[in-house]
Ligand binder design. Structure first.
Ligand code: NAD
Length: 335
């Protein structure tokens, strides 16, 4: 575990075990404020893979908050999905009790596998929660930020009008589905895919969009590939088969390794770094947590696409991949 901490420059790592609760909280960096980041509730093969996931995600949150101009640091928690039947409310209440013991150094929120109801259970034990039913779902704001970033990248970098573009979306979850709706409304051509057949059946019936097989969506000929499922989908192996000009989606940690970013740059595929363009949900959750007005939250959200353009500009000027540049820019803000 210490190697995971040093590899990811984690400040703190906390492990909690009680009854069915097996949880860990990774705090990456608190130079800009307390660590804020979602709570992931999925299966892991062992505690090391849970730790690796939390560490990588926590680091991404530090960079995300720094570039979004949000006064928070980066953290993430992981609760291992129990294999046996369990009392869900009791489990999240117990987790809330542990979050409280950290005294506000970590503020939790929704992430893959958790719901607003789970957040309410945590909130019954601690105030350090940035998404619960009084705050609302951050996903619409994440989708809006990604949509604006796709629009501006097509216009300014690729000279393709949105209504003449084709976008392939992998994953029709809380964010991916909303992104699809916005793109359809803007007259873009949309291709989608999801491992959940119910979701693809629904979009065929409601929107008549083209559904690609799960194994093919990344390789679909398109202008924009939008990974909106889980991370690690862009790999060295997949790059020679990609047929897109831009990769811009909401999933965290889309590139399996750092070298993938350089390989995309060399292949002339523009990558909009995930933590730059998917921070709409963080902007919303942190804004609501601090009682900011809707107007202020929307202004902060509108600045996202300009940040992306400055990343692209520096990437071109320095001939470095956008993911490398965005990490450098985030680190500069950390001081
Ligand atoms: P979600 O769980 O609601 O949706 C994910 C969807 O992707 C599901 O429908 C799932 O079936 C599908 N999927 C998973 N693997 C797939 C595959 N290989 N091929 C096709 N479909 C696949 O999650 P979400 O809230 O929409 O978030 C999606 C991603 O964006 C996650 O990586 C999350 O960490 C990240 N993210 C979300 C937010 C937010 O506000 N919800 C903010 C920032 C980042």
């Amino acid at each position: 575990m210490f190697d995971v901490m040093s590899d990811h420059e984690l400040q703190e790592l906390h492990l909690f075990q009680r009854d069915e609760l097996n949880a860990l909280v990774a705090i990456h960096n608190t130079s800009l404020g307390p660590a804020l980041g979602g709570c992931r509730f999925v299966s892991y093969k062992d505690v090391r893979s849970a730790c690796l996931d939390a560490a990588r995600l926590a680091r991404g949150m530090t960079y995300k908050a720094a570039l979004a101009g949000v006064p928070y640091g980066g953290g993430k928690s992981v609760i291992v999905l129990p294999e046996e039947p369990f009392d869900r409310t009791a489990l999240f209440e117990e987790f809330g009790r542990w979050v409280e013991t950290l005294g506000g150094r970590y503020i939790t929120a929704m992430d893959a596998g958790t719901t607003i109801k789970d957040m309410d259970a945590i909130h019954s034990r601690t105030a350090f929660v940035a998404s619960h039913s009084k705050i609302g779902d951050p996903a619409p704001y994440t989708a809006e930020g990604v949509f604006q970033c796709i629009k501006v990248s097509l216009q300014d970098e690729l000279n393709i009008p949105l209504n003449k573009s084709t976008v392939a979306i992998q994953g029709l979850g809380n964010v991916g589905y909303r992104l699809m709706e916005k793109l359809i409304k803007a007259d873009a051509t949309v291709i989608v895919s999801d491992i959940d057949n119910e979701k693809t059946r629904k979009v065929i019936n409601e929107h008549g969009v083209f559904v690609a097989p799960v194994s093919e969506i990344l390789m679909e000929p398109c202008d924009v590939l939008a990974p909106c499922g889980l991370g690690g989908v862009i790999t060295e192996e997949v790059i020679p088969r990609l047929d897109c000009k831009l990769i811009a989606g909401c999933a965290n940690n889309q590139l399996l390794t750092d070298s993938v970013g350089q390989a995309l740059w060399e292949k002339d595929i523009l990558y909009a770094p995930d933590f730059v363009i998917n921070s709409g949900g963080l902007i919303y959750a942190s804004g609501r947590y601090n009682d900011h007005s809707s107007a202020q939250i929307n202004d902060d959200l509108d600045r996202l696409s300009n940040m992306l353009l400055s990343v692209f500009c520096r990437a071109h000027n320095e001939n470095k991949s956008p993911d490398q540049v965005s990490v450098e820019m985030a680190k500069e803000k950390l001081g």
